[in-house]
Design a protein around this ligand. Structure first.
Ligand code: ADP
Ligand code: ADP
Length: 212
């Protein structure tokens, strides 16, 4: 099963993908995670995209498309995958069609106020990659990752100024994908405002029905 997770920043795509990958035994491929890991490791890619991510703008299509195309060639994708955060533009979606066969596009819907609450409280652990929320998904000890014990940090692009820009970028460049995938019949809406367990259950029901 090849699935795309679509939705505004903060909709819970990464959180649900982390839960769903265990249930479905498929890799969770997040372009944002790939870029952040390149930045952390100071690779050539990381140096190229660092300031773009901080500002909340999008990495150029060509670069992002090539990266995903290569990633999907890896052996772990043969039983399916979850693409989280790609495509984010119409040209990316058009390119994806030339090298992937997508079964469903899950559109996580969440109101703007909730998006802002989620993004402003999001904290991440760089080493473990785990995502927390200061209120909704706190670690056992405040400010410390449960797995590695490292200090949690706020992403640069979760700071207020970048958040407003990212929501604009989403509306302008990514939201048109909803219509694109509605026209070809792949879109499935999932209410992302419930608890992660309930959102996961809705997602699993939707893909089960689609297969039945
Ligand atoms: P996205 O990948 O769509 O940007 P995340 O999965 O990183 O979103 O979630 C954004 C923030 O909201 C994180 O701090 C996460 O812990 C929190 N979160 C995610 N899903 C839920 C949910 N269903 N209920 C409450 N908080 C959530
Ligand atoms: P969120 O889920 O909070 O929107 P992501 O982790 O998916 O954030 O993405 C973080 C940043 O990485 C984006 O703001 C953008 O700069 C870059 N990025 C991720 N995916 C893409 C993509 N498909 N195309 C272009 N840039 C991307």
């Amino acid at each position: 099963m090849n699935v795309i997770f679509l939705g505004p920043p903060g909709a819970g795509k990464g959180t649900i993908a982390a839960l769903a990958k265990e249930k479905l035994s498929v890799p969770h491929i997040s372009t944002g995670d790939i870029f952040r890991s390149a930045i952390k490791n100071e690779t050539a890619l990381g140096k190229q995209v660092k300031s773009i991510l901080s500002s909340g703008e999008l990495v150029p299509d060509e670069l992002t498309i090539d990266l995903v195309k290569e990633r999907l060639k890896e052996g772990d994708t043969s039983g399916g995958y979850i693409l989280d955060g790609f495509p984010r533009t119409i040209p990316q979606a058009e390119a994806l069609e030339t090298f992937a066969d997508i079964d469903f596009v899950i559109n996580f819907t969440v109101e703007r106020d909730m998006i802002i609450r989620r993004l402003s409280g999001r904290r991440i652990a760089k080493e473990s990659g785990k995502v927390y929320h200061i209120l909704y998904n706190p670690p056992k000890t405040a400010g410390i990752c449960d797995i590695t014990g490292e200090p949690l940090i706020q992403r640069d692009d979760d700071k207020e100024e970048a958040v407003i820009n990212r929501l604009e970028v989403y509306e302008r460049q990514t939201a048109p994908l909803i219509e694109y995938y509605t026209e070809n019949g792949l879109i499935r809406d999932v209410d992302g405002s419930d608890t992660p367990e309930k959102v996961l259950a809705s997602f699993l029901t939707v893909i089960d029905e689609g297969n039945g």
